[in-house]
Design a protein around this ligand. Sequence first.
Ligand code: ZN
Length: 576
Amino acid sequence: MLDSPVQEIKDKIPILDLIQDFVQLKKAGTNYKGLCPFHSEKTPSFMVSPAKQMWHCFGCGLGGDVFEFIKQIENVEFADALKILADRAGVELRRPTSQQIQVDRKKDVLYEINAAAAKYFAKVLWESHEAGAEALEYLRGRGLSDQTIKNWQLGYAPNDYHYLENHLAKSFDKKDIELAGLIIKSDRPQPSTLTPQPYFDRFHDRIMFPIINLHGQVVGFTGRLLHDQPNAGKYVNSPETPIYNKSREIYGLYQAKNAIRKENRALLVEGNMDVITCHQAGFILAVATSGTALSEPQLIVLKRFTDNLLFAFDSDSAGESATRRALELALNAGFNVKIAALGTAKDPDDLIHRGIGLFAKAVEGAGNFLDFFFDQTFAQHQAETVEGKREITKQLAPLIFRIADPITKAHYVRKLAVGINVAESAVWDIINKLSVPKSIRAAAKERRRDRREILEDRLLGLSINLADASFLAQFLPTDFRDENRPLFADLLALRRPADQFRAELLSFSADVDMKEQQLDPQPELAKTASEFQKLLTRQRMLELGSQLALAEQAQNKAAVEQLSQEYAELAKKISN
Ligand SMILES: [Zn+2]
């Protein structure tokens, strides 16, 4: 195993550090505990052992080492998990497959191109380019310090159609620059098929905001027009590329993630400028969805860091249905949601410029999302008319429906009934008729271990921990799941398990299980073996029962006799 990078990577990446990037963990004895990111749960059954460098979930049964964790959470195969962790550990991989080399090289080239473009845009902004100077003045005029402009790697794309193309073409293939979304192939017909189709820059006369992923790499850009132009969108984003997935990236999260985890809340704003102004003013929890409506994948990413979202909307979009949908998504994903009222300010950027204290007050005084929507909805509709009552109810009932706490729920039902002046029972009728939308997390993965799996794993784990294989002798290899069968055979034969990994995992899992439930392993081993045996017997009896019915139907006397006998023996065994 001398040139295997696996161990080297494991040594360099403490499992706790890695998993804490995805799951909030609390110390529990020598282990750490949190809500499982792989199944939906309210009480934590996800355990991490820094000593063993393993994780395990008692709810859904998933578990393993750092590689297994990345495979599951990023939904990738081992080879990709290896690559991701090697990057993180700064370990060079010696022998990746040739196909992977190609994919990785392509992605690496795209990262390099984006990094080079960001550098170039910044150079134009800072280095005396005529229009660059104007862009710099614009940013300073928006209240950004030079340090902030540098920290966020802001730049300027000049009003020219080939500047970036010519610059990048010195180092990169134009096809790759096109794939990175930075240049576009012209659709102008060419005089001859021999003339290559010309390209032009995607971004011109725009302030450039690099979009940085969680690993600190530039994956794309948002460009904001410096001078208004007819028929040109104020904001333009990079298109989706192999390294940029719009619905997953969250602007500012790379910079904000540690603060968000520490304070266990995130401040969600709408624009990139809002994020930057917030950070400059000390609100380092701010992130933005940057050009898209808040999406489920973004919420799943945020959920790794916190359960608490504080929305600070632009005042003109606060009442929009897109905003309401974003809120509903967040509620469905199990976030606690609060909304900061910005008063007459246009957006967070505007309020911060009126006074940092004003914004701080709005953030700290952020109220329950429902009060906010009550005010909004009642302001928009006539609560006296039948139409108004219906519309108000239509908007608010789904939100009230999602409140888990019964007292809070009753409070808002009453508030709505009083507000539209109808009987409370009528509101309850409507609320009770609504159905539960599938939570995005529950829909993502709903896998629970059955009792048989739990007993089987525990039996093997305890046998290892107590170095006692005597309880295994009563079982057959076929009583075990495929993944446990070799381990069972090794333990029974008192051999060192060939599958060390599985052995360690089950050992760890049984160990934590005992400690968690304060059970004594010795008697628990005997009990587990007997319960597992009983369960297998019952399952076998069920099978026999249906075989027996078939044999009787076929009037196969010999078979009926044999099956009945076996059934009777099992029944006797179970009653003992
Ligand atoms: Zn789980």
